[in-house]
Each structure stands twice: as C-alpha cells, then as structure tokens.
Design a protein around this ligand. Sequence first.
Ligand SMILES: Nc1ncnc2c1ncn2[C@@H]1O[C@H](COP(=O)(O)OP(=O)(O)OP(=O)(O)O)[C@@H](O)[C@H]1O
Ligand SMILES: [Mg+2]
Ligand SMILES: [Zn+2]
Length: 332
Amino acid sequence: MALDGKIMAAALRRYQDGKESRQAELNRRTAEVYRRLPRLESIDRELRGTAARLVIAAFDESGGDSAVKALERENLSLQRERETLLARGGYPYDYLDEKPACRLCGDSGFLRDGAPCRCLMACYAREQNRRLSKLLDLGSQSFDTFSLDWYSDQPWGGSGRSPLENMEMVLEICANYAHKFGERSGNLLFTGAPGLGKTFLSACIAREVSDAGFSVVYDTAGHVIQQFESGKFGRDNPYEEDPETEIDRYLKCDLLIVDDLGTEMLTSFVQSVIYRLVNDRLINRRKTILSTNLSVDKLEERYGEAVASRIRGEYQILRFFGEDIRILKRDR
Ligand SMILES: Nc1ncnc2c1ncn2[C@@H]1O[C@H](COP(=O)(O)OP(=O)(O)OP(=O)(O)O)[C@@H](O)[C@H]1O
Ligand SMILES: [Mg+2]
Ligand SMILES: [Zn+2]
C-alpha cells in the first residue's frame, strides 16, 4: 500500500491533537471532581504516596513481607474509599481513569511491528476524504444515495439494452470494484454523454477505497495537465500545492481517478502526459479510473494509438447512456 507522506503527516498531527484534547478533557474532569469532592484529591495524593512506598518496600529486605502487606492493605482501603466517594457523588467508578481510546496500540498509533494501527489509518482516511471532498461531493454521493430511478427502462438506440439495464450492470461492477479493491483490481474507463453519473460513481468509489485505507487521488484531466506543465516549465502555479509532490501523488497513489478526460486543450505535451500517466501506472500495477465524454475511437484520435491500445487491452470499458440527469432534475 502506497501511503501518501503528506496526508500521513497531517493525519499524525490530528492524531496527536486528539490525544491532547482527550488529556485536557480528563484534566478538566479531574479538576471538577476535586472541587466537588476535596477528600478525593487527598486520597489520590495518598495513593500516589503508597504506590511509591510499595515499590521501595518491595526492595527493602529488612522491612520484610509485613511492611509490604500493610502498605497493600492501606492502598486497597484507600481505593475502596475512593470508589465509594465517586459513586456517592454520582460518577462512574472509572470516571477519572486514563483509558486509551485504542486498546490495540494504546494510542501510540503504531503496532509492535511498526505498521500503522487501525485507529491511525482511520485518521488517514478522514484526512484523505477531507482532500477528496474539495473536488468531490463525498457527503451526499455514495453507493447508498446512487439512484437508478433516473435511467429509463426503454430500449436505447441500437444498444439493445435500456439505460436502466445498462446502469444496473455498471453500478454492480463499480460497487464490486470498490468493495474488493486491491492488488488484483483492474482499471476502469467511464465513457458517455454528460450528466449520466460518471463523476457521481467516481465519488462513490473514491470514498469506499479511501475508507479501506488506500491512497486515492481524484482530479480533473485539466488540473492534472496544469500540474505537469508547472512542474515542467516552472510556470506560476495557480494551485497552492507544490507541482512536484502533486505529480508524485498522481503517479504513485493506489487509485488515481482522472475525470473529464478530453476537455483539456490538446497539445503534444498533453498527449505525452496522458501517455506517461497511463503507461507508468500500468507498468507499476497501480489502478486508474478514467472518465470521459469521448468514445475510445475518439480517444485514439486525440491521444494516439499507444494510449488507445492500452485502454482497450487493460481497462474495463463501462458505457454510460441515457437522458442527461442534470436536465431531468432541472425539469422535475
Ligand atoms: N444515479 C444518480 N442518482 C442521483 N443523482 C445522480 C445520479 N447520477 C447523476 N446524478 C446527478 O446528476 C448530476 C450529473 O451527474 P455527474 O456529475 O455524475 O455526471 P457526469 O456523467 O460526470 O457528467 P459530465 O460528463 O458532464 O461530467 C449531478 O448533480 C449528480 O448528482
Ligand atoms: Mg463528470
Ligand atoms: Zn490503535
């Protein structure tokens, strides 16, 4: 799994913030309880004292067992008094205990073998989703909200299939792709007219694959090209991100989704960037989803035979057809 260093750094910062705010919350509770139950504060002080004396007594041979036993008894009775006090004050017995939020890693974020823990990976996914949300509507676009109602069940053109039948199939392939995303996944090409759910389905997949802990980058072809251009020519970069790191993310992420392919102005530089992206990611077995209004034949005219041949051979091609949902929604 190729995690993104920048996102991991941000995730670690938030992880640390989370730990600190839990600690602050515990301090706040403790102060509140001590104010209401002053006896509790002195018990806690005494308990810290007996704990220290216990350690010393255990090493001191002259005192013998009886000194240790006495201290243990004292310690136990203080703990009982403490529990009773808390219960009478209406607090749970462990109200002031320091409990790690994650029992797997004790809130260190890493397992013993050095791998990031589930809890840190959840933080990573949240951070990544925050970034994806700048361009995608992850809040409202998910497999749960994707509706088949917009696709007609009447035969469409010469395809022999209705938009509904077609979309049921596309949806199943996409849902499957997202659920089972991994080493052995392939690549997808979404092709079809505007307003048919291509970007919507990209968002559904992006979110699910990101939640599973993979690095996911979504961008429009236009923006991708711009990053390569500013990387190459050192042009003023209209985006805040550093082009070199952005290009690295495009090339190295587990899943790259390039939307609106074919809308960018065509130059030979653009052709070479698209070729490089498609080819580089195939060679390194990284998964890509391309989304376009153009047919594969038109893509061939635009980007050349080498790109088209890779798409035909290595991508599952999903056709989108039907009535433009943007217009249907407007007229409803
Ligand atoms: N299956 C669906 N259920 C509900 N709303 C949908 C569905 N598909 C698309 N929409 C809505 O229709 C509009 C267009 O969808 P989307 O942006 O996914 O189209 P697109 O295929 O990417 O079009 P374009 O080629 O122009 O980029 C959006 O507002 C989207 O929320
Ligand atoms: Mg779109
Ligand atoms: Zn953990």
